[in-house]
Design a protein around this ligand. Structure first.
Ligand code: GLC
Length: 688
């Protein structure tokens, strides 16, 4: 069955409001019964992915790897791990996903290779000072016989960031010892990654998730700067470009080169940076001259509190308005405790939701006791809230089943280097990487024909896809319903009006009359007027119960793409790529730009993109399209003009009343063709 490509998927900016589903390939589906998920397993589940109505999948690494860090230790960047399949399998999987209208994003790990990579083996065999060593970061140690590491730098996974090699030198690894850091000042390293980007782009990959994007550029000038307690960027006063290891300005030169490669393709390949940096530093990673998008983990860090969520939303949307990037929303991924579990714990004011959950993990999930039902209820509400926000959303496999974290993996089965290198002071991330349950029973709940590579708990059975498939109250059904409504309701990349909270209820609106309301508090509250189209839990006597989100279509909602509201592409549609110099409301009856707009002067008005440009567009219809009079003009608002936040997508008949928009309204205003912004609909009776 072929799924039609949505207009958004066909656009060069398809990623701006995309729903991306993260697959951790080794734990998704195992086609050959070896306990490890593989590419043929993913292929077999493509119809399932399509049933979720997502726009893209992001695959965590599937490259050959010694698995010292779940595949983030790459042996060879342009191949598939033989345990996971072949390049031919990759091509088949990609073709199938594309056939269903799903884009493919792959993970690129540029900060470090694995210690089994041909370059590192060459470096170990080569002498001090050789070209082979210069691809990595080798240094002599301190003290007599170079016996002390070259600096006090610590690995993110615990222990020193330096390991000694037999000839006495040390190499740097900001993560596990099996993940030697590359030297990005070396031209050969840079060129090789450009080759890798082209290799996957030529195979049809649509985008790249860039691992540890803020780590590549380092200040390695001697003497190496001591960090003492300032190793962790999050806690460090050395942020804002001054830290020797993280988030240095030079890193953006690398991504400018990558962007040039992305733009060699049509549509340009997309990029999303994993950059754990101060929010003020995020926009550069997300700039159109760089990777284009950067993860924003703020929602994932927030506790289940209306004011925390509100702050995250308003801050991030203000940032994107300022910088023109599209934001990203994440509640779960392969590195953090699942959000159903985080919200099942009492919030601690002094800890973010993820840190709080890490502390709980250390007790093997025994203390404090989880309130699983409450956690899932809140997780469903949080997801529905997130899916209503402008920007793109990254979902993590298994969250659509409402899976909780598996906290009691026996120590001998834990694979995460964070556990091993910290001497057990960190439990690690295996608990969210336990293979998915597809069926209610079987040796690995349908993941494969044999046992899975991490132990699955008995409670996975009732949460399996099979168990939820036909249950309309299941979390799977909620995700499907919400994702399908999101596609139908999707509007300009903005909020309408100002989001607000009274401490208990958080509400916001999207253009076109789509509202999301979340009750964070303990008491049921009234639902705003309109039609509830999705709710994360059933309403109670018409009230929104505790820990629940509902989406409401307010009266007058117009579905996008149906000729009113946001317009489908069509002949006679003109748009300006920049829109500089004019407010859309000033010139509804003409081309959208002022004479100051350079694009217009250069005659670069072109046919419409498949989705409206993020700034604004105008469609001339009927006689107007032929240049005689302008009977109808459609405008959608921009994310660039804060002053225009109340502007609605609208179709405004030129000979109609500017207030009630009726063609037959007798009031004097109907003579004008110029609607004043904000063009608020008024009931015709009032107008008369
Ligand atoms: C990123 C990945 C994480 C990995 C680390 C080192 O943070 O998300 O899983 O361990 O990079 O590559």
């Amino acid at each position: 069955m072929e799924m039609p490509q949505s207009p958004a998927a066909a656009s060069a900016e398809w990623w701006r409001q995309a729903v991306v589903y993260q697959i951790y390939p080794r734990s998704f589906a195992d086609s050959d019964g070896d306990g490890l998920g593989d590419l043929k397993g993913i292929l077999s589940r493509v119809p399932y992915l399509a049933s979720l109505d997502i726009d893209a999948v992001w695959l965590s690494p599937f490259y050959p790897s010694g698995l010292a860090d779940g595949g983030y230790d790459v042996d060879e960047y342009r191949d598939v791990d033989p345990q996971l399949g072949t390049l031919a399998d990759f091509d088949e999987m990609t073709a199938s996903l594309h056939g269903w209208g799903i884009k493919v994003i792959v993970d690129i790990v540029p900060n470090h290779t694995s210690n089994r990579h041909a370059w590192f083996r060459e470096a170990l065999a080569a002498p001090k000072g050789s070209q082979a060593r210069d691809r990595y970061i080798f240094r002599d140690g301190q003290g007599p016989d170079s016996a002390q590491p070259p600096s006090d730098w610590a690995s993110v996974f615990g222990g020193p960031a330096w390991t000694r090699v037999p000839d006495g030198q040390w190499y740097l690894h900001l993560f596990a010892a099996e993940q030697p850091d590359l030297n990005w000042a070396n031209r050969e390293v840079r060129d090789d990654f450009l080759t890798t980007l082209r290799f996957w782009s030529d195979r049809g990959v649509d985008g790249f998730r860039v691992d540890v994007a803020h780590g590549l550029a380092k200040n390695l000038a001697e003497p190496l700067e001591p960090l003492g307690v300032n190793g962790d960027l999050a806690d460090s006063p050395l942020s804002h470009g001054n830290h020797p290891l993280w988030d240095r300005d030079e890193v953006h030169d690398i991504y400018a080169e990558w962007r040039r490669v992305f733009n060699e393709y049509d549509p340009p390949r997309a990029g999303v940076a994993e950059a754990w940096v101060h929010p003020s530093r995020r926009p550069r990673y997300a700039s159109p001259d760089g990777l284009g998008q950067a993860f924003n983990f703020d929602l994932l860090e927030a506790n289940w509190k209306a004011d925390e969520f509100l702050r995250v939303i308003t801050d991030n949307l203000a940032d994107v308005q300022r910088y023109g990037a599209s934001t990203t929303w994440v509640l779960s991924n392969h590195d953090v405790v699942r959000h159903a579990t985080r919200y099942a714990l009492p919030a601690e004011d002094y800890l973010s939701s993820t840190r709080n959950a890490k502390a709980w993990l250390l007790s093997n999930g025994t203390s404090p006791e989880l309130d699983r039902g409450l956690g899932l209820r809140r997780a469903r509400a949080a997801t529905l809230l997130m899916l209503a926000l402008p920007g793109s959303v990254y979902l993590y496999q298994g969250e659509e089943l409402g899976l909780h974290e598996v906290a009691d993996i026996p120590a001998e089965q834990i694979a995460d280097p964070a556990f091993l290198r910290s001497g057990g002071a960190e439990k690690g991330r295996d608990g969210c990487r336990v293979p998915l349950p597809w069926t209610a029973d079987g040796p690995s709940f349908g993941f494969g024909t044999g046992p899975a590579h991490l132990p699955q708990p008995a409670w996975f059975g009732p949460l399996s896809v099979q168990a939820q498939e036909h249950d309309p109250a299941s979390t799977l059904a909620l995700y499907r319903q919400a994702l399908s409504w999101r596609r139908k309701l999707q509007a300009a990349e903005s909020l309408e009006g100002i989001p607000g909270t009274n401490g208990q209820v958080l509400h916001f609106g999207r253009p076109g009359g789509w509202r999301s309301v979340t009750n964070f508090g303990p008491r049921p509250v009234p639902v705003p007027r309109g039609t509830v189209v999705v709710a994360s839990n059933p309403l109670q006597d018409g009230l929104l119960p505790a820990d629940t989100t509902a989406w409401i279509i307010t009266a007058g909602h117009r579905f996008p793409g149906t000729g009113r509201g946001r317009l489908p592409p069509g002949p006679g549609f003109l748009y300006c790529r920049t829109g500089r110099g004019s407010r859309p409301s000033d010139r509804p009856a003409r081309l959208p730009c002022s004479p100051r707009c350079r694009e217009r002067a250069a005659g670069r008005l072109g046919p419409a993109p498949r989705v409206p440009d993020r700034r604004f567009g105008v469609r001339l219809t009927g006689a107007g399209a032929g240049g005689i009079g302008v009977p109808e003009v459609a405008i959608w608002r921009t994310t660039w003009w804060p002053a225009a936040t109340s502007w609605r997508s609208a179709v405004i008949p030129a000979a109609s009343c500017i207030r009630c928009r009726s063609r037959t309204c007798p009031c004097s205003a109907s003579a004008t063709t110029r609607p004043e912004a904000p063009a608020r609909a008024v009931r015709p009776e009032r107008c008369r």
